[in-house]
Design a protein around this ligand. Structure first.
Ligand code: MG
Length: 384
């Protein structure tokens, strides 16, 4: 029985993790669970999975949570400290992080510091502090197992192979809802248009990121940290999202991982690694799929992808700045304070105004992150 600490249980990843665990009650036990502020759903999940310890990030909602689960004998923690405590429970065999945004960084680092294997869906952890995160993992010999479908695909393809034999990683992208839009059409994209993703059902922030292809940009950075900063990564648009990514090896042989677009597959793999277990999910029906198409990404229509690649090349604090600027810009777009095209423009401006500094400790990341948030917020108010 694997004992799991789940961070970010009320998000879409968290809900899928719990679904997989619920289907396999003899294999897993939820030991600790953390959430942001969705106290209603969190209370229901706690009642169902009965973890020993829970943490709610939003301290104001702690009284409500206490009331909801007053009849249960469960330790309730709060704030960032609470999430870190859940991430480092001594009895936990594995920590799974489905936290959204940069709030995922600190608990992830602490989980690795305490020697836990980390199943990671939170992109920001590696995007903003990849260098530091890897250093911590190496120190304690703990493993990072990716949950993001693309990185899970690469991780699966690498099984039994040597990292040094990779010629390049081929990172597939669905292209999002505006894959076929013209440059002009993208001028008038609304919040409603952008929230409508063709293949995956996800939260608002990641759906917008997917439509701008910033999501792929963040995944590009994530892939570099996970599979070698010097490993070439090529992004290719594959609208059907059937191939979740590929590796070309030094002998030009290309290996791919295919499957239905359902997050429970990479989640199940991360939980069962290095083994696999049965998933009661529909098989991929290739005959009805028909064609699989591939095309290069268009950096003109999707400037966010280029910005992310540039940020990784510049390195140091630049990816953290890219990520923070994107979070603020996407939020401003969702609140209809800026236009769709402004998202990339704002990020670009913030990157240009940033003087990157080396990542020696967590503080360096946090300072750059805060600076970028303030700078972007300032530009949102100045320009609008
Ligand atoms: Mg992905």
């Amino acid at each position: 029985m694997k004992k799991i600490s789940l961070l970010g249980s009320t998000g879409s990843i968290g809900a899928n993790v719990l679904d997989v665990i619920e289907r396999n009650p003899e294999k897993f036990q939820i030991l600790g669970m953390s959430a942001g502020n969705n106290v209603d759903l969190f209370a229901k999940q706690i009642r169902k999975f009965k973890p020993r310890v829970v943490a709610l990030f939003d301290t104001k909602k702690i009284p409500t949570l206490k009331e909801r689960i007053a009849d249960l004998d469960i330790e309730i923690l709060s704030g960032e400290e609470g999430s870190v405590a859940v991430a480092t429970l001594p009895e936990a065999d594995m920590v799974v992080s489905g936290v959204m945004g940069s709030a995922g960084l600190l608990p992830a680092i602490h989980a690795l510091k305490s020697g836990k294997n980390l199943a990671l869906a939170n992109k920001e952890t590696l995007v903003i502090a990849g260098e530091l995160v890897l250093r911590e993992a190496q120190k304690t010999n703990s493993q990072i197992i990716p949950i993001d479908s693309e990185h899970s695909a690469i991780f699966q393809v690498l099984n039994g192979e040597k990292k040094e034999r990779i010629k390049k990683i081929i990172l597939t992208a669905s292209g999002g809802p505006f894959r076929t839009f013209s440059f002009d059409q993208m001028e008038t994209v609304t919040v409603k248009d952008a929230l409508n993703h063709p293949n995956w059902d996800m939260g608002a922030k990641i759906t917008i990121d997917s439509s701008t292809m910033m999501n792929k940009g963040l995944e590009y950075i994530e892939a570099k940290w996970l599979f070698g900063v010097n490993t070439p990564v090529e992004v290719i648009v594959h609208a059907q999202s059937i191939i979740h990514s590929m590796i070309e090896f030094v002998d030009t042989s290309i290996m791919a991982q295919l499957g239905i677009p359902d997050m429970r597959v990479p989640i199940a793999y991360a939980l069962s690694y290095p083994d696999r277990f049965e998933c009661d999910l529909p098989s991929l029906d290739l005959a009805t799929m028909g064609n699989l198409t591939f095309e290069p990404p268009d950096f003109e229509r999707f400037p966010c992808l280029r910005l992310a690649i540039d940020a990784m090349e510049i390195g140091k604090t630049m990816p953290a700045v890219l990520n923070a600027a994107n979070e603020i810009a996407v939020q401003a777009f969702l609140e209809e304070l800026i236009s769709y095209k402004d998202i990339a423009e704002l990020i670009h401006m913030v990157m240009q105004n940033h003087n990157p500094s080396p990542l020696k400790e967590l503080q360096d990341v946090l300072i750059a992150d805060r600076w970028a948030r303030e700078e972007t917020t300032k530009l949102v108010t100045v320009t609008h």
